[in-house]
Design a binder for this molecule. Sequence first.
Ligand SMILES: Cc1cc2nc3c(=O)[nH]c(=O)nc-3n(C[C@H](O)[C@H](O)[C@H](O)COP(=O)(O)OP(=O)(O)OC[C@H]3O[C@@H](n4cnc5c(N)ncnc54)[C@H](O)[C@@H]3O)c2cc1C
Length: 369
Amino acid sequence: MLDFRLESELEALRERAAAVAAEGVAEFGAFTDSWINGYSKDFSRRLAAEGWIGMTWPTEHGGGGCSNIERIVMAEEMISAGAPIAASWFADRQMGPSFIKYGTPDQQAEYLPGMLSGETTWCIGMSEPDAGSDLAGLKTSAVRDGDTFVVNGQKIWTSFAADADFIYLICRTSTEGPPHRGVSELVVPMDSPGIEVRPIKDMTTNQHFCEVFFTDVRVPVENLVGVEGAAFKQTMTQLEHERGGIDRLVSNRLLFDEAVAAADTSDPVIRQEIARLETGYRLGRILVYREGLKQAPAGFSAATKCFCTEHQQRVADFAAGVLGLDGLLSDQTRRFINYAPAYTIMGGTSNVMRNILGERVLGLPREPR
Ligand SMILES: Cc1cc2nc3c(=O)[nH]c(=O)nc-3n(C[C@H](O)[C@H](O)[C@H](O)COP(=O)(O)OP(=O)(O)OC[C@H]3O[C@@H](n4cnc5c(N)ncnc54)[C@H](O)[C@@H]3O)c2cc1C
């Protein structure tokens, strides 16, 4: 028999996280996909005070030195409740770990403290109008001029660009060789002259997305993270951080709870569907834990992301069916339902995740080009 209950210390952490999440929701509201839509710097400071930003980072970098499982337990409570953790989430999940792995000591000293205290917000500049899934096709250029890079180009779908202090920019420093060569990562302060941010409203009225235009933006060479022209591997590591987490599973758990509470459970078809979805949560959680315990094969986070985000879409379909027109009357429910297509796009589409699983994890043959 497997015992799926949490050990007492993790249970205590879960209870504390649930209490703090409830306070956050009471004060700032509950959000769909709260790690991307629930932006509150005040709440991020509160997370910092609890030691819940950089929880798993090594202590020598100011982190908590906790296990991945502790972070998963804390984050599941926050996101399931819809608590507004977005202002610090990207920094906690991937920018901090990137600096710890690839940054210089000066960069670590400069950027990690602001992340850990919840003071700085980071956005990620990867996608471009003609380079989303095919990231290696990106064109935003950074050309060396003395002790600066001069950046020109455009990013799109950049979440929080309008609020962020820094953009972690994936750009091209060389056009020589195959497309994945010549890619570099730069830290660019968002108040640099030459940056223009244009927010985009999505169909649910969220406004985290932005277009970001760079015109002759000067960035000091010491803002280069890792190796010039060889950052594609670094970026792929970041995407690994993005894909296998609990944020991909429980972003609309509130909607599930609302639908179950309203469902006619005397109907056997509805009971079956609830059981199927609850089973999906448990399977998804096992996949996420396996990522956290580093027991999954390399690249498997693509499969974890695929399973978990498609599960979230099944939750939204179920809720739409159960809540019907009543659901459309609630602003929050309507947003949750209409937002669902985003889950299998952001962080890499399900098609692309299946390609990674087939080619890199299972080693299936590629279609000849
Ligand atoms: C909520 C949300 C937040 C986001 N936040 C950010 C952010 O902060 N920063 C950022 O940089 N980006 C962000 N993105 C953008 C996201 O990463 C891209 O939308 C995603 O990578 C897909 O790229 P694309 O939109 O250009 O679609 P495309 O790459 O043009 O894909 C279009 C369609 O073609 C399919 N397709 C493409 N290539 C293949 C292939 N090789 N095999 C099979 N099918 C394929 C795709 O599956 C998709 O169905 C966000 C997106 C969303 C929805």
